[in-house]
Design a binder for this molecule. Structure first.
Ligand SMILES: Cc1ncc(COP(=O)(O)O)c(C=O)c1O
Length: 414
């Protein structure tokens, strides 16, 4: 792969070689893909890694193929470690971010009365998991309040709740699914470290979009998926487990022959590394595709990505905000590239279908995804557009023009 970030720096921004990046991205020829928060377009090196491995499995056998690619398999852990600023032994592969999250939650021996302290913008499946723990184990789920105007969680109020309630777990989602809000995960982490509280971060929407450093964030556990801004394949994710948590002996409730040794008939011993959160069977082609995608993101560079991707989101937001009948919903000082907005005159599905007809990929966010946030914003649904660094300014302008045309001519006036 060429070095796409060798381009020049100007006014503090590193410019990327967008044409080369698009040439690496077959999907750019067919669609305007503004659904990177759903699933990014896979770049050629990641595709190649997967095709090659499937060919090898077909050619020599699945077990033999993974043995032959042991070094590349190991590089998945090294690549994610480079992405997060940790060691390879702190990384576990998972089938999805949710898979990683539930494995991590299952390692916490919750007791009745334990508190989970979270935010009003944590991911829907995490919130459901907390409610399930409430139902089964009698934990109390406490939501820290937001700052006035909904500009993210009020960290001081959250810290006061940490001191008053001594939660068993503090959980925060870096960037939620339902808006471009970026939560101050490192500020929250500073309080968790000071108070020695277990802290888990959902970095599903920030991995591949914003730099992540687990030491700076101060988290014990961090989950992400590979298919979104990291541009890896579907069905893959990872879990970061801190040394502190490994040393303290946390292990998933269901641990298998890969995560543990069966040392005598009545006893098992978890392995030393985060592999204790994995299982014996892996989708190796997928894992190798993830490794290639993570290496690709690192080579493009998280600094230039974190300038360009949110900047494309800002451009889109500004254009949409000027359209009568569009209400942009994202809050917070420096939003990520998840642009959400409500429109007048349209129902959700027909509006999305109208964009599909222009070959513009988008996603719907429903009230159910964001019970607190969408109630505060008084919306039943929002359209989410999420560009990435390989999208162009021209695409942004074109998408904004299509939205403006649709909103100016709703179905009732066609
Ligand atoms: C913030 C956030 N967390 C977690 C997830 C779940 O990821 P996965 O589908 O890989 O389990 C998503 C998916 O949209 C998300 O946006």
């Amino acid at each position: 792969m060429r070095d796409h970030s060798s381009a020049f720096a100007q006014r503090g921004e590193t410019l990327l070689d967008v044409s080369a990046l698009r040439a690496d991205t077959p999907g750019c020829d067919s669609v305007i893909h503004f659904n990177n928060a759903g699933c990014g377009l896979i770049p050629r090196p990641a595709l190649r890694a997967m095709h090659d491995h499937l060919d090898l499995e077909a050619g020599i056998g699945g077990y033999e193929a993974s043995a032959a690619r042991a070094e590349e398999v190991r590089d998945f852990y090294a690549a994610v470690a480079d992405l997060l600023g940790c060691g390879p032994h702190n990384v576990a592969f998972a089938g999805s971010a949710t898979h990683a999250y539930s494995k991590a939650l299952s390692a916490i021996a919750f007791e009745p009365g334990d508190v989970i302290l979270t935010t009003r913008n944590d991911f829907i499946s995490n919130q459901i998991a907390f409610l399930s723990l409430r139902r089964r184990h009698g934990v109390e789920v406490v939501h820290a309040p937001d700052l006035p105007g909904g500009a993210g969680v009020d960290v001081e109020a959250m810290a006061a709740l940490m001191r008053a309630r001594r939660p068993r777990l503090v959980a925060a989602t870096h960037v939620p699914t339902n808006s471009g809000l970026v939560q101050p995960v490192a500020e929250i982490g500073r309080h968790c470290r000071e108070l020695d509280l277990l802290y888990m971060v959902d970095a599903c929407q920030s991995a591949g979009q914003l730099p992540l450093d687990v030491t700076e964030i101060g988290c014990d556990l961090l989950t992400a998926t590979c298919r979104k801004f990291l541009r890896g394949p579907r069905g893959s994710g990872f879990l970061y487990v801190s040394d502190r948590v490994l040393r303290a002996g946390y292990e998933p409730l269901f641990i298998d022959m890969y995560g543990a040794r069966w040392v005598e008939p009545g006893a098992y011993r978890p392995v030393e590394t985060a592999a204790r959160f994995e299982e014996w069977e892996f989708p190796y082609a997928t894992l190798l595709g993830c490794a290639a995608a993570v290496r690709y993101a690192l080579q493009v560079g998280l600094d230039p990505i974190s300038h360009r991707t949110p900047a494309l989101g800002d451009r889109l937001r500004d254009l949409l905000a000027a359209v009568p009948g569009v209400r942009v919903l994202d809050r917070g000082p420096r939003p990520a590239a998840l642009v959400t907005f409500a429109v007048s005159g349209w129902e959700a599905e027909p509006f999305k279908r109208a964009l599909d007809a222009h070959r513009i990929n988008s996603a719907l966010s429903l009230r159910e995804f964001a019970q607190y946030d969408f109630a505060d914003k008084d919306v039943a649904w929002a359209l989410r557009l999420s560009p990435h660094y390989y999208n162009t300014e021209e695409e942004v302008d074109q998408v904004a023009a299509v939205v403006a045309d649709l909103v100016t001519h709703p179905p009732s006036r066609r």
